[in-house]
Design a protein around this ligand. Sequence first.
Ligand SMILES: Nc1ncnc2c1ncn2[C@@H]1O[C@H](COP(=O)(O)OP(=O)(O)OP(=O)(O)O)[C@@H](O)[C@H]1O
Length: 570
Amino acid sequence: MWRADRRGTLAAAAYQVLGACAALGLVLASKLALSAVLDDDEPASALVVPLVLLALTTAVSGAVGSLQGLQQRLLGERVSQWIWRDLLRSAAGVELVEYESTAFLSRLERVRTNAVGRPLTVVTSLLGLGGSLISVLALSGALIAIEPLLVPLLLLGGVPAVLISRRASRAEYAFSRTTTRLGQRRGYLKLLVSHRQAAAELRAFDAAPELLRRHAADDQEYLGRLERHVQSRRRLVLAGLVGSAATLSLALVAIIALASSGRMSLPEAGAAAIAARLLAGQLSSAFRTGGTLIEAAPFLRDLEDFARDHPPRTESGSRRRLQRGVEATALRFTYPGQQRTAVQDVSLAVPRGQVIALVGENGSGKTTLAKLLAGLYRPESGRVLWDGEQLPTDDLRASCSVLFQDYLRYQMTVGENVTISDTGRELEPGRVRRSLEQVGIAAAVDRLDHGVDTVMGIELAEGSDLSGGQWQRVALARALYRDTDLVVLDEPSAALDPRAEHELFRDVRGVLGGRSAVLISHRYSSVRLADHIYVLHEGRVVESGTHEELVEAGGRYAELYDLQAEAYLS
Ligand SMILES: Nc1ncnc2c1ncn2[C@@H]1O[C@H](COP(=O)(O)OP(=O)(O)OP(=O)(O)O)[C@@H](O)[C@H]1O
């Protein structure tokens, strides 16, 4: 809190002190008022000062409460922004492979969910605790002046509350951990049923009722677990309530006994009763907020651990030019938590300026291999050599450009959709234009209301939207805009019409401008243009050569090629 907003924290602390002074003023004013009422010798006018003081302290208490609320909101927002900034930096720096692990995704979800609400809770509790402690000190002082014995009595009453809070905290954390998966599934289903991208398919298949049924079942399960959890927490709250009521009753009985034995005057007894009541209230609020803080501690530790385990990336890799080529030797990779190896013992070469193609049936390991070549995954064993040198993964990543099969559609302008691939370099409008022309989308972009400055997508602004094929061309332009010597194109023409595909591949080397490329495609008409083709099967390279060589060999490639060619000829 202090690190997020010093001035705000000080202002909030000042309100707490003011609140405590108001509580103390209330006790003093009550004592003065009672003395004036009970003393027959005092004229009625003697009541004026205590009553004004009483009204003033009551009004100040109320105003301070409202102002505190506003200050807490502001401070909560600052703390929340501070936490989110760190969390997002950490998440952005995490290695891609972590995002393939269920354990990591669950952890991220838990941390993200808690980052939404906990900061405000913690700020409110911390301030509440601070305020309560100051009030406890002030009221204890007032009560000590009247009858010192009452203070330890009230304080002792709080011990069970602390123990109860610790148990509650453990129960809360355990509940959160055991329901994370369920929460993820509910969140996913909510998004699926209400997301624009899913809307068409869900309607076409009339799948929404089934998804709603699953969501309702998950809701039901969550509610059941929550009810059991609340039930056990309710018992703890009741135990705390009984403890504090018993302590306050004891204190009040003691005050009555002291007043009847004459050890305390009536005004003192009245003031002590008010002070005891206020002190008990402040103590119970201190224990409650303290409990909330104890409860929040494991979640905050989770956030802290996440940030520690995933420090933000401070440096990005440095881009290398390619002189001779890239070579992979004996690459092997298994996805986290999987038994089957996705890529094994793969060796290949991408000489400078050449296009090599990866082909194979679905699931044969092409995309995984491409991610290894681009430095997005680290191989379990084997090496990727850049001009014969094993680069740090960050450098390898910085030196490659990738068009993914499931590329992103950024809700930004067309220009930004292209330049996002190379934000580290100075923006060159000429280069943006060239990339759009290379993929044959420049004319369509010119026809948009604001040309390259038209916002794409309609979710964040009144923008325009593109067709699937047009989006793919923009994504391809993005991959080409990045000024690297190696480009990986994973299914670059899957959504292109035949003319667009033909134009792209007719002069693919011209489009690449002398860069090396790894092309993944199921379209053999495009693949045959590659300088060298690697055929993958169950994660291994089973054949390689030029198109002619592979057709000649009559193996797996020839079989797949013939199947596709036949479909066109028959
Ligand atoms: N995130 C993942 N977690 C676990 N296994 C995965 C993951 N992604 C892919 N796999 C597995 O790794 C193997 C290779 O997948 P990969 O995506 O590389 O195949 P591909 O050849 O690109 O397939 P396609 O032609 O369908 O795109 C498959 O058996 C697949 O089930």
